[in-house]
Design a protein around this ligand. Structure first.
Ligand code: AMP
Ligand code: MG
Length: 417
C-alpha cells in the first residue's frame, strides 16, 4: 500500500480487520464479569427452579379435594405440616390434608396446587390447641398447578442460557448467580496505549501559556477505548522531537498493549517527526482515505503491536476512531455494536466534496421519521459540535450536492428515541 493510492473507507476497514481475531478468554469472579463480553455460551448445569415450589404464601393442597369449595360451603382440610422456605417437607399430603407453605418453599409430595392465604377463611379456626393439628377453610377452588412454580419453568438443565458475546449486565449477573456460576469466562480486555503528540499541547491542569492548547485527544480516546471494552493506558504527551516521540512510543510498548493509538503528527507538516519514528520502530502505511473529516491515517505495527496514527484535530480523531478503531475493538472483544445506524432524512440542503463525509447532526423524530440537521460548524476542531450531535450522518462517496429530503444513514453517538 502506498501513499499515492486513495482508499475508500470500506477498503481501508477491510484491510485493517484482516488478521484481527478475538482475544482469548480469561476467568473472572462473578462481580468482575459485569460489563464484560462472555467468551463462550453458558449452559445451565441445573434446572431453575430446581424443585417445584410455591409462588404464594398459602396452603399446599390436592386441587381435587377442594373442587367444590365456595364461600357458603368452604372445603375444610387438615393442616398436617408447616413448610417454611429453605426446608424440605418430610411427608406427603394425603387426601383431605394440606400443608401451610411459604413463598419459595418446596411443594410436598401429593400436593399439586397452592391456595393463597387470601382464599382461605382466616376467621375460621380449628378447635385444636396444637397448630399442627389445625384445619383450614378454603373458600374457592384452584386448578392443579395453580401458584406452583414447576421444575425448569425458568430454564432447563443443559439449556444455553447466555450466548457468547453477550455483555454482562445486572440481569445476566442474575442468571449466572442463579445457576451457580461464580467464575465466568469472559473475553480478555484489549490494552490500548494512547499517545498524544505535539509541542503545542499542555495537560489539562497545566497553565495555558501563549501558543499552547490543552491536550484533548488522550481524554476523548480514553473514553472511547473504555466505551468499547478496552483498557486505556494514557501515555504522557510526546513533544515534537525525535527523542521524545521515540521515548513515548517505547513507553507505550513497555505496557505490552494490544493496540497503540496516537494522534496528530502524521500529516506532512514540517514538524511532524512522528512519521520518522514510526518508520524506525515498525512498519507503518500512510493511507489517503477518502473521508472527511480525517486524513491521512497511519496504520501498521510498532514492534509487532497494531498501531493507529489518527489525525490531530479532535473531531477528526474521534470520527476516525469510530470508523477505523472501533471495528478493531469490537472484533478483539467479540462484542456486538451497541449503537446502531439508523436512516434519517436530511432537513437541509448542503454541498459535499465527493469524499465520504461524516456530518455531526442533531435529530428530531417526526411521526417515526428521523429528521437530521447539522450542528452548525463542521470544523474538525469544534469540540461542542460532538457534544451537540446525536449522530454522524454519512454522505457517501461521490455525492457533491445534498438536497433536503434525501435519506442517509446516521451512526448514533448515543441511544435516541
Ligand atoms: P497535526 O496533525 O499535528 O497537524 O494536528 C492537527 C491539529 O490538531 C492542530 O491544530 C493541533 O494543534 C491539533 N491537535 C493535535 N493534537 C491534539 C490534541 N491531543 N488535543 C487537541 N488538539 C490537538
Ligand atoms: Mg502537530
Amino acid at each position: 500500500m502506498d501513499e499515492s493510492q486513495l482508499y475508500s473507507v470500506d477498503e481501508a476497514v477491510a484491510r485493517i480487520l484482516t488478521g484481527v481475531r478475538r482475544l482469548p478468554a480469561e476467568q473472572v469472579t462473578l462481580l468482575n464479569a459485569l460489563g464484560r463480553a462472555l467468551a463462550e455460551d453458558v449452559l445451565a448445569p441445573v434446572s431453575l427452579p430446581p424443585f417445584a415450589n410455591s409462588s404464594m404464601d398459602g396452603y399446599a393442597v390436592r386441587a381435587a379435594d377442594i373442587a367444590a369449595a365456595s364461600q357458603e360451603a368452604p372445603a375444610r382440610l387438615k393442616v398436617v405440616m408447616d413448610i417454611p422456605a429453605g426446608t424440605a417437607p418430610d411427608r406427603p399430603i394425603k387426601a383431605g390434608q394440606a400443608a401451610r407453605i411459604m413463598t419459595g418453599a418446596p411443594m410436598p409430595e401429593g400436593a399439586d396446587a397452592v391456595v393463597p392465604v387470601e382464599q382461605t377463611d382466616q376467621s375460621w379456626r380449628g378447635s385444636g390447641s396444637d397448630p399442627m393439628s389445625d384445619q383450614v377453610a378454603i373458600v374457592s377452588p384452584v386448578r392443579s398447578g395453580d401458584y406452583v412454580r414447576q421444575v425448569g419453568d425458568d430454564m432447563a438443565a443443559g439449556q444455553v442460557v447466555l450466548q457468547a458475546g453477550t455483555i454482562v449486565r445486572a440481569q445476566e449477573l442474575g442468571v449466572l448467580a442463579g445457576i451457580g456460576c461464580g467464575q465466568v469466562n469472559v473475553v480478555r480486555q484489549p490494552r490500548v496505549a494512547i499517545v498524544s503528540t505535539g509541542d503545542e499541547l499542555v495537560d489539562v491542569d497545566d497553565p495555558l501559556t501563549p501558543g499552547k492548547i490543552r491536550d484533548v485527544n488522550s481524554y476523548t480516546l480514553h473514553g472511547l477505548v473504555l466505551a468499547y471494552g478496552g483498557i486505556p493506558i494514557r501515555i504522557p504527551t510526546a513533544r515534537d522531537t525525535l527523542e521524545d516521540v521515540r521515548r513515548r512510543f517505547d513507553e507505550a510498548l513497555a505496557h505490552q498493549p494490544d493496540l497503540i493509538v496516537s494522534s496528530a503528527g502524521v500529516s506532512v507538516g514540517a514538524y511532524d517527526v512522528v512519521r520518522a519514528v514510526l518508520d524506525e520502530l515498525g512498519k507503518i502505511d500512510f493511507w489517503r482515505v477518502n473521508l472527511r473529516p480525517g486524513k491521512p491515517l497511519a496504520y501498521g505495527n510498532l514492534r509487532g503491536v497494531p498501531f493507529f496514527g489518527l489525525p490531530g484535530n479532535p473531531v477528526s480523531a474521534m470520527v476516525t476512531y469510530d470508523v477505523f478503531v472501533r471495528p478493531v475493538l469490537l472484533r478483539l472483544t467479540g462484542r456486538p455494536d451497541a449503537l446502531p445506524t439508523v436512516q434519517a432524512v436530511m432537513g437541509e440542503s448542503l454541498l459535499s466534496d465527493g469524499r465520504r463525509s461524516y456530518l455531526r447532526v442533531k435529530m428530531t423524530n417526526e411521526n417515526g421519521t428521523f429528521i437530521a440537521h447539522t450542528t452548525g460548524t463542521q470544523s474538525s476542531s469544534a469540540l461542542l459540535s460532538m457534544v451537540q450531535a446525536d449522530g454522524l450522518l454519512i454522505i457517501p462517496e461521490g455525492i457533491t450536492e445534498v438536497t433536503a429530503g434525501q435519506s442517509f444513514a446516521v451512526r448514533l453517538l448515543h441511544t435516541i428515541e
